[in-house]
Design a protein around this ligand. Structure first.
Ligand code: ZN
Length: 222
């Protein structure tokens, strides 16, 4: 079986956009699947569609609103404010329990129907913000489970797993898509595209990574 097709689990944020272009480099045919899970900021989905069009990949959205209603978290509950800092000993209130478990499992079934067995997700254990379902052990475990569940040979690719945000910017630059990632992605917990609100933890992490990368790049070009 020739493995030349990949499906990217695609939120339209910095990480999954970088993964989308990484997949385009490594696979002949790339598709992107965006989940609408009750997140407060629907603008993410519009941007995801726009980026997929720019990348020239097949894009589909899938509505799975039950994910957001299963738990109380600040990404889906409009009455809950986003934690400014991660509380000690527990994930921040932006953690949506089961999100990556459901996303990757649904994506695998969707991919299988289309003859795709390579899945790509932008999770990272380095800048994982305390989310247990961004860790390598979880992804490997789910990969085994999916193969057993469907008697298939899925491979879940996690190109960013051991990268910090600075290295993710470097990868985007290397892939020639720094401009798209900087201007068109939505990482901000307040749903503001590009540089975002500048105040939420996601914006701070993104900005610190970019500043560090630009410093390193400037030193290299001197
Ligand atoms: Zn923000």
């Amino acid at each position: 079986m020739k493995r030349d097709k990949a499906l990217v689990i695609f939120s339209g944020g910095q990480d999954s956009t970088t993964c989308l272009f990484w997949a385009k480099r490594h696979f002949r045919e790339v598709s992107a699947l965006t989940f609408v899970y009750g997140q407060k900021h629907a603008v993410e989905v519009e941007y995801a569609q726009m980026i997929a069009e720019k990348a020239g990949v097949c894009w589909e959205r899938m509505d799975i609103p039950f994910i957001g209603s299963l738990s109380h978290n600040s990404l889906t509950d409009p009455t809950m404010a986003v934690d400014k800092e991660k509380p000690a000993g527990s994930p921040p209130n932006t953690f949506v329990p089961g999100r990556n478990l459901f996303f990757i499992s649904i994506a695998a079934v969707y991919a299988r129907e289309r003859g795709i067995y390579d899945l790509v997700t932008g999770v990272s254990q380095v800048d994982f913000s305390g989310y247990p379902d961004c860790r390598d052990s979880f992804v490997r475990s789910l990969n085994v489970t999916l193969n057993l569940a469907m008697d298939e040979q899925f491979v879940i690719h996690t190109p960013l797993m051991w990268m910090d945000k600075c290295e993710v910017w470097a990868l985007a630059d290397e892939l020639g898509v720094m401009d798209i990632v900087a201007a068109d992605t939505v990482t901000c917990y307040n749903g503001i595209p590009g540089d975002g609100c500048g105040e939420c933890p996601a914006c701070k992490l993104r900005r610190r990574g970019l500043e560090r990368y630009m410093e390193i790049k400037a030193k290299k070009t001197i």
